[in-house]
Design a protein around this ligand. Structure first.
Ligand code: GLU
Length: 266
């Protein structure tokens, strides 16, 4: 069974870029007779905006992107992530380094910690000096050496929250996700996630990283740069624009249902 998913962070309303990821993952899964799941990635309490999750779900419904099964909220699942994290004891270590300790090293944590003690520890996973290679359905071959390009990365932060990578890999596995269709900005995250899948003994889903929607200034649309929410736009026209962006020749005069059914081949 093909299982796809859309995993928004509820840090604000959906914008056109997030709609493209939602529609791309929906059409990909549904066109193969698969299921499409939605989960709310709200592990980072500071970034989550109250009520944004319900807004996002309402918007998906207005765009007739109906999900299968229950909505998972990651903020309600911390105990599950930490239980899995315990299984990686041989590969993880406590890290007391603060952001300022690490500043001289750029983004890459040095092979041993700078700070030896402290009151709050993060948990990092050790990575290897070896390339992770995978084939993306859209991008093609992609490789990354985690030791050289990423460094040992955080699985639980100093505030006691699971990291995006940890929660994402566990939820994709537990919900049986077989394909991940999402924005190209997350391509760089895939090798870390594949590394974790290997450590846990999970299978690796198929990946397809979609082209990014850029704003007039050439930058990626994001909630941070205040991309216009799609909630107030005409859903029919906006949905067809998202399908066209993905490369489908969807005619402009179809209803939402007709447009989705056409691309799903129903
Ligand atoms: N929560 C991430 C976002 O909203 C997406 C994560 C994913 O699809 O793996 O950008």
């Amino acid at each position: 069974m093909i299982v796809g998913r859309f995993a928004p962070t509820p840090s604000g309303d959906l914008h056109f870029g997030s709609l493209v990821a939602a529609v791309g993952s929906f059409v990909s899964a549904k066109s193969k007779g698969g299921k499409w799941l939605v989960r709310i990635e709200d592990t980072d309490r500071a970034r989550s905006v109250k009520g944004a999750d319900l807004e996002i779900l309402r918007t998906l419904e207005r765009y007739e992107l109906f999900w299968d099964g229950e909505i998972w909220r990651q903020s309600e699942r911390f105990a599950i992530y930490f239980e899995f994290l315990d299984r990686l004891k041989n590969f993880t270590y406590e890290c007391f380094c603060s952001r300022s300790d690490l500043a001289p090293f750029g983004k890459i944590h040095p092979p041993s910690c700078v700070a030896r003690v402290g009151d709050r520890a993060a948990i990092r996973v050790r990575v290897l000096d070896r390339e992770i290679i995978f084939h993306d359905r859209i991008v093609g071959g992609f490789k990354q050496n985690l030791r050289a390009e990423v460094g040992d990365f955080v699985l639980k932060n100093r505030g006691g929250e699971p990291s995006y990578h940890l929660a994402c890999v566990i939820d994709d596995h537990l919900s049986g996700v077989s394909e991940i269709v999402r924005g190209r900005d997350l391509l760089d995250s895939a090798p870390r996630q594949i590394y974790l899948q290997n450590l846990f003994g999970f299978s690796t889903p198929d990946y397809a990283h979609l082209p990014l929607v850029l704003g007039a200034d050439g930058a990626k649309l994001s909630k941070q740069n205040k991309a216009e929410p799609i909630a107030g736009k005409n859903p029919r026209e906006t949905l067809i624009a998202a399908l066209n962006f993905l490369g489908y020749d969807t005619p402009a005069d179809l209803t939402i249902r007709e447009a989705l059914d056409r691309e799903i081949c129903l």
